[in-house]
Design a protein around this ligand. Sequence first.
Ligand code: BES
Ligand code: MN
Ligand code: ZN
Length: 485
Amino acid sequence: MPIQAIQQDITGIDADALVVGIYEGGILPQAAQQLDQATAGGLNALLEAAEISGKAGETSVWLSPPGIVTRHVLLVGMGSQEAFAPPVAFRAAAVAAKQLASKPRNRVAFCLDADWSPDAVESGVCGALVGCQGQDLYRVEKNLHPFADVQWLTTESSAVEQGEVVAGSVNLTRRLVNEPADVIYPETFAETAVQEASDSGFDIEVWDENRLAEERCGSLLGVARGSDRPARLLIMRHRGNDSKHPELALVGKGVTFDSGGLSLKPSDGMKAMKCDMAGGATVLGAMRAIARLKVPQHVIGVVGLVENMVSGNSYRLGDVLKARNGKTIEVLNTDAEGRLVLADALDVARDYQPAKMINLATLTGACVVALGLDVVGLMTNDQPWCDRIAETAARCGERAWQLPMFPEYAKQLQSPIADLKNIGEGRWGGAITAGKFLEEFVGDTTWTHMDIAGPAFQDKAKPEIDAGGSGVMVRTLLELARSGC
Ligand code: BES
Ligand code: MN
Ligand code: ZN
């Protein structure tokens, strides 16, 4: 989708639709003032009549306003000007884009506020391109029609290009999550990543099932055994130009389908489990953005890819797996498979001696019970690192909240036969016992676990984004890499 920065009087813009931004309290950016003048005070009249308010996310359509070339104007509220920040730009643009994408349109021009900082422009452009993309991959008649051509009123043309890169990365993550498990399985996920690595300019290594066995990844391979689709593990590397050479490691859960295994899920709990590779897809999306934007920070991305299925070769309850770091694990629930995959993926990432590590996973339903559908759970062994992640997420407008990691929780993971068991005692605090399990595999590395089970995949559409894969945390990971570690 070509997107172009433009600078001109909006009355002359020739587009299928024009998005014009207004702030609360009747504050009009220059583009809105031009619209008001062209319509002989028509915009101010609508404000005075309280037909429009400028409240964040409020939209109204104005068809054929006099004095301008474009026949369709969508007014969008941007909230109070004092409270304005990049997440507001994202949301206003996304709400407008999603609404306009309900019909095919060749060219849409966004005239929100030409005075925005580069950060806000990047965020706004990203919102527009994420908002107009839907999950309707296999519908002949699309619900949302991504625009053929976008114009953006600003002098910050490089911020426009960067916003397009970020949106492409978020949309890549979303698409991979939305693809059915029969299309995206370990081998095809790996093929997609190899293609992305060559297009975006990062290095990639793919471990197949033989290499995984040589590397003693017994925990990950235990989960993979029940599937006809062989496991894979990705090691992606972005070489920044930072001479100090600290590594930031991003590790993703890539369970391309989670049936639960022998601890089989009921249909209702299984129907969205194509989304269980969202952590891995988020790492890939972030690597794409980090490489294309040539971030100075060195970054390594590790994704463990398996399908959790039922067969005569499935791993069983009571089986003991040996993880790559040497710890043995008694399996008491085959549906607690994500932590088994991450156990080995985290250990592989540690080979690169990262200064800081983050893992992302749709790990537990318990995290959704604790925090709801829209908030990512954070668990850490290093408070300052977790604080930085939480602050960065807030700056990006992505919701994240920390859960405690008191040592008492780890007692629940003791097994009479092995070093650990893969579930706690009963279901209480299940998000945290899962976090404590992961902690056993990070050694002394500074680490934070993100449980994205709630926000990664949404059953219902929001005004700013379609249902399905959300791409949550791609932008936060990019910002963390940009701010260095
Ligand atoms: N992939 C699921 C967690 C999940 C649930 C993701 C809902 C997205 C939405 C995970 O593998 C799982 O099954 N976890 C179990 C753990 C339990 C067996 C200890 C759960 O949450 O029930
Ligand atoms: Mn599971
Ligand atoms: Zn799972």
